[in-house]
Design a protein around this ligand. Structure first.
Ligand code: PLP
Length: 452
């Protein structure tokens, strides 16, 4: 049997710190613990969205307002979870608030018919993201499922090339170089083992038979906020064109990063684009769209067209909220300014974390925090982190940030909220600095740490 490596001094020290932090969380959050104990009686593991489970129990929130949330034990947090990017507008944006109320009173819910609202929203989406045609869904997952079905119908082929670390929805994820156990049609996906490796991607695309589509994120979001390089993305796009397959750009997470989405910023000219998250104003939303000839497979006037069902696809609340988002709230100018703020924030975090075991990745208003043994800065794909990750440090940071009043994801993903005040961003940078100082022996590297 292979002998396990003994824990490093940093790991030994982290274990004690982590135990103490977890004990404080338990003491300070009795109502969240009681709520969790109740919830496990009806929901497997006490929740209905796996990502929200955290050990020893998740903190239970009772309210969100602007860029803040409050848990049921009475603690207030600056919200850096930002609903994994769907909460970009915060919890109570006045324009969304008034739009939802006026839609309810003036239009009503669930009309069971086409409405002018879906056409208005569709026109704005097409204009903003340069799509010839668009269809609405209830989630980003659905958007990708329908885009894939469309690409298969259009080409008459089945296989899809995706990338390790790619996440395209609840039943479409590809961690560790293979489809997750719950991925649909697992046998139809060919997974390129390294994101950002153009020659490998080209080879896989060229060699795969029966290929219908290439599905890729311009920045891997759930995979750790790892941006695709321009050269890689353009090369993959070109390889898809040469092979004659549909290039589907998953912008569910990244459409917020540039006015026309990150793909256009990168000069990609995708055949299909999938959207979701904040574009529904904080309500359940997804969309897929693209070139007219591809989207035509969904035109019910054409014989043999694909069906695209969904009771709530054109629900009035989302159609009107989405219209308000694009027209009034997240305009192109707001998008640019917001992401510039994000760039500066990320750079400041990176500077504070220099010479530590924390590396900061991302783009604009989406940020990834990575805790590794050697503090590697060379992160082009998830495989660059393999064997180096320090989940103990990641957890310690999460516990400590909660105590400092910041709600972040335990996995180390920050999705900024539009209305977060600058002084809260400053306070977070300071909190990180304090954390690194307090745990210098655990977190710092080389001459900056006690052990080297
Ligand atoms: C890139 C990407 N695609 C698709 C999805 C799925 O979206 P939804 O959770 O709305 O189904 C997500 C969700 O995080 C995502 O990040």
């Amino acid at each position: 049997m292979a002998s396990e490596r003994p824990p490093s001094p940093s790991q030994e020290a982290a274990r004690a710190a982590l135990g103490a932090a977890e004990a404080r969380l338990i003491t300070n959050n009795p109502l969240s613990k009681a709520q969790h104990d109740l919830a496990v009686g009806t929901l497997p593991g006490g929740n209905t969205r796996t990502l929200l489970h955290t050990s020893p129990f998740p903190l239970c929130m009772k309210q969100g307002k602007d860029a803040y949330v409050w848990d049921i034990d009475g603690h207030k947090y600056v919200d850096f979870v930002g609903e994994l990017s769907a909460g970009l507008l915060g919890h109570s944006h006045p324009t969304i608030h008034s739009t939802l109320l006026s839609t309810f009173s003036d239009t009503g819910l669930s009309l069971g018919a086409t409405t002018p609202h879906e056409q208005t929203f569709a026109a704005l989406l097409c204009d903003r993201f340069r799509l010839a045609r668009v269809r609405m869904t209830n989630s980003g997952t659905e958007a990708n499922l329908h885009a894939l079905a469309g690409a298969r119908h259009f080409t008459g082929r089945r296989k899809v090339v995706v990338f390790s670390g790619g996440y395209h929805g609840a039943v479409l994820s590809f961690p560790d170089g293979k489809p997750a156990a719950n991925t649909v049609d697992r046998q139809d996906f060919v997974v390129v083992s390294r994101y950002n490796d153009l020659s490998l991607a080209r080879q896989v695309i060229e060699q795969t038979e029966d290929l219908a589509a290439v599905l890729v994120e311009p920045m891997q979001g759930a995979g750790g906020c790892i941006p695709g390089t321009r050269e890689f993305l353009q090369g993959v796009r070109q390889a898809a064109r040469e092979k004659g397959v549909v290039f589907i750009l998953d912008e569910v997470m990244t459409s917020r990063l540039a006015p026309g989405g990150l793909g256009w910023e990168m000069g990609l000219d995708p055949d299909m684009v999938t959207l979701g998250k904040y574009l529904g104003g904080g309500l359940a939303f997804g969309a897929f769209g693209g070139r007219e000839e591809v989207m035509k497979v969904y035109d019910p006037r054409v014989e043999g067209a694909l069906a695209h069902s969904g009771t709530f696809n054109n629900n009035t609340l989302v159609m009107c909220a989405g219209t308000a988002v694009l027209r009034e709230v997240y305009t192109a100018a707001v998008c640019v300014a917001f992401n510039e703020r994000g760039e500066k924030f990320r750079e400041r975090l990176g500077k504070v974390a220099k010479s530590s075991r924390l590396s900061v990745t991302g783009r604009g208003s989406l940020i990834g925090l990575h805790f590794t043994e050697d503090g590697t800065q060379e992160i082009g794909c998830g495989e660059d982190l393999r064997g180096k990750e320090r989940p103990d440090l990641r957890d310690l940071f999460w516990f400590e940030m909660l105590e400092a009043g910041f709600w972040t994801t335990r996995r180390g993903f920050i999705a900024m909220i539009l209305g977060t005040p600058d002084d809260e961003l400053d306070r977070f940078v300071d909190a990180l600095g304090d954390f690194l100082e307090r745990y210098r022996d655990i977190m710092m590297l080389g001459e900056y740490g006690p052990w080297g």
